[in-house]
Design a protein around this ligand. Structure first.
Ligand SMILES: Nc1ncnc2c1ncn2[C@@H]1O[C@H](COP(=O)(O)OP(=O)(O)OP(=O)(O)O)[C@@H](O)[C@H]1O
Ligand SMILES: [Mg+2]
Length: 308
């Protein structure tokens, strides 16, 4: 008979996870920094929320850049990741900030996910072994049904946070830039993907949804083909590249973080006559819209295939 005083066996948790009900969790990840993980997370979440879907974005970064994208960096309620750390520490449900936009709630990231998180997680890992990586999912499970879309933005420099997110996600999306040196970041996330899905089998339901070209000239088809070859060399022939890409528009990208507005919101200001927003905003808004629709359509398609 099991002693009533025994700590719960973390390996038992895994058997009870309702994976089939969690196919709405998307993660943006890449071992390389500055490839668009936060920009695409925020704008895809924004687009989902605007289409009427109840959306949650979880910022797993110590940098907390989602705060810049959504304009709450200096809000008094921005807890800098303290709430997320607290939930992870105690295994309690996440408590998102409600209504950051209509239909859009946020679990904030920030400095609490730096050293303080590192010390806590090191201890948890020593105690629970690889099952510790399920902790984020355990904190998300009690609220996951309240949302139709959940998006995880992840850091390149913190493998523990990356694994926590990979262990909670159904779909991995890898944004890449075409500026060379993509292989290292791809190889890193590819290895982490294999660890979580195949080696430790912590999350056997994880799937690579696709690779997204970010910050590129829309007409540079030769370069795009080159990146595709690079991606397939590292991740395998079957690695899917999204048809939509996110075009290079530096002036709009700067304005996003300066004003704390999503690309679509800036596009609306432009339509209303605000000429401080560059005209290139329309193309970028269309890129995000097209990509987000493609991402959801592909997830549905793969889910149907898996069910069949
Ligand atoms: N369409 C765009 N064209 C050019 N630059 C862009 C575009 N969109 C965003 N950027 C800029 O690219 C940089 C990297 O983007 P982002 O922060 O989203 O990448 P990341 O992968 O999340 O980075 P990190 O690894 O540091 O978290 C940022 O400075 C951002 O403002
Ligand atoms: Mg980021």
């Amino acid at each position: 008979m099991a002693s009533p005083f025994e700590a719960p066996d973390p390996s038992q948790q895994q058997a009870q996870i309702p994976w089939a009900a969690l196919s709405h969790i998307f993660m943006f990840g890449n071992g390389k920094g500055g490839v668009g993980k936060s920009s695409v997370s925020a704008n895809a979440a924004g687009k989902a929320a605007r289409s009427g879907l109840r959306t949650l974005i979880i910022d797993c970064n110590a940098q907390g850049n989602i705060a810049r994208e959504l304009g709450y960096k200096r809000a008094e309620w921005n807890d800098g990741g303290a709430g997320l750390l607290e939930a992870l520490r105690n295994g309690t449900p996440l408590q998102p900030r409600q209504g950051v936009r209509e239909n859009l709630d946020v679990v904030m990231g920030g400095p609490a996910l730096g050293d303080e998180f590192g010390i806590f997680f090191h201890t948890l890992l020593a105690k629970e072994g690889p099952h510790a990586y399920l902790r984020l999912l355990m904190c998300l499970l009690p609220i996951a049904h309240e949302y139709q879309i959940i998006i995880l933005d992840t850091p390149p420099e913190n493998p523990s946070l990356q694994r926590l997110a990979l262990s909670a996600a159904r779909w991995l999306i890898i944004p890449v830039k075409s500026d060379g040196g993509a292989e290292d970041g791809l190889a890193q996330i590819g290895l982490e993907f294999s660890y979580v899905k195949f080696v430790s089998q912590i999350n056997p339901h994880l799937a690579l949804l696709g690779v997204l070209l970010f910050d590129t000239g829309r007409t540079y088809t030769g370069i795009h083909a080159d990146v595709r070859r690079q991606v397939q060399k590292v991740l395998g022939e079957e690695a899917h590249m999204f048809k939509h890409l996110i075009g290079h528009t530096e002036s709009v990208a700067r304005l996003v973080r300066k004003r704390g507005l999503l690309v679509q919101e800036l596009a609306e200001l432009r339509t209303e006559g605000d000429r401080t927003v560059p005209g290139t905003v329309e193309g970028l808004a269309a890129d995000y819209e097209g990509f987000t629709e493609e991402m959801f359509a592909r997830a549905l398609e793969l889910r149907k295939e898996a069910a069949a």
